[in-house]
Design a protein. Sequence first.
Length: 449
Amino acid sequence: MSPETQYLHARRAALGGYLPRRRRVASKGLIVPPMSSWGQFALDSNGREMSTTMALVRMLTALLKDNEVGPRVVPIVADEARTFGMANMFRQVGIYSPLGQLYEPEDLGSMLYYREDPKGQILEEGISEAGAVSSWIAAATSYSVHNLPMLPFYIYYSMFGFQRIGDLIWAAADQRARCFLIGATSGKTTLGGEGLQHQDGTSHLAASTIPNCRAYDPAFAYEVAAIVDEGMREMVEAQRDVFYYVTVMNENYAQPSVPGGDLEATRKGILRGIYPLAANAQQTTSAQVQLLGSGAILGEVIAARQMLKDDWQIEAAVWSVTSFTELQRDGMGVERNARHGESAATAYVTKALEASQGPVIAATDYVRAVPELIRAYVPRRYVTLGTNGFGRSDTRQALREFFEVDRASIAIAALKALADDGEINHEVVDRARQRYGNEGAVRQASWIA
C-alpha cells in the first residue's frame, strides 16, 4: 500500500470511518453545576436593577468558570457582543481565531479589549447570522458527530433569528441540535429608536411551529435562571433532543428575588409556562379580573393592576406567562390523549386559572397571535393585547401606547371585559377612556389610514 493511500486511510479512520453515523447520545454526558455557583445573584436580586440580557450574560460568564461545563460552553455572536455586555468575556476566554491576533485592536489600552486567541472560546462571526447559526449547529450536534457534547449559546438580536434564518433553525431541529438560542433585545417596544430594523414581534410564533424547540419569554432574572438550569439538565445531562429559545431584553428595571426565597415552589410554573406572582398568589380566587403578562410587558401589567385598584377599586391578580407555546402544546397534548381514550386530564393553564374568577386579559410584546395560542384552554372571557403592525422609532412608553400594550390600555381592556360580563357599568369604561386618553389608538388609526 502506497504512503499516500496509507495516509488517506489513516485520516479517514481519525474522522470516524468511511460510513456516516449519528449517535443518539454521547458516551458521556455533562454534570450541570448547582445554580448557586452561577445564578445565585438572580435568586437574591432584592430589587437591583438590571436587564434580563445582562442577567443571562452574567450567568454565562460564571458557567465558563466551571471546571466541567466551562470548557464545553460556546458563546456565539454575530457582531453585537459589546451591545449585549459580553466584552468582559474577551479578556476571560478570548475570541477564537486559528491564527491568533494579527493586528493591534483600537481598544488595546482598555481593560476589556478585543482579544483573539487560537484557544479562544467565543465565536464572533461578523455580520453574518447564517454563519453564526451554522457554527451554532456544528457545536450543537457535536455530541452526535464527534461524541463530544458541547453547550453553545448563540446570542443575537431576536429580529435576526427566526425571521431571517428560520430555515437554518429548522435544519438544526431536524439534526436534533441541543443548544440555547438567546433572542436578545426582544419584542417590539424594548429597543427604543431602532424602528423596524431591530423590532421582533413574531419569533415566538415561529418557534411554536418547531416541535423540539422549547420557547420562553421570561420577565425576571430568576425565571431566566430556572429556564437555563432546566435546559442544561435536559440537554447535556438527560441528553434529550430539544433546544431552548429564550428571549431577553435590554430594558433595566428592578429585579425581584425568587418568591419566598424558594425556587422549587415556583420552578414548576416557570417551566410549564404560567404561575401567579407572589404578591397576588393568595388573591387569584378573590380578584375580579386576572391579568396575564410576559417578558417586557409584565411590568406594564403589574402597573395596570395598581391603576385598577387605586382608580377604580377593582382587585386584579397578576400571572407571569413564561411560555404561551409550552401551554399550547400541553393543551393540545391533553386533547389528543382524550381522543385516544386515555384518562381525562386538564390543560395546565386551564387548571391554573379555574379556581380564579373574572375575565382574563393577556398582554405581550409580540403579535396577538402569540397569546391567542392558548385561547382554547382559558376557561372564561379572554382578551388579548399585542403589537400587531409594523414597528417604528420612538421611546418605549410611546411605542407601548401606540401598540396599546401600556398600563392604561391594559386597564381599559380589563374594565371593558368586566363591563361586557355585566360586573360593572359601561359608564366606568367611558370614564376610564377619558381619564387615560386614547392617544395610541388615535395615532395608530391615523398612521394606518
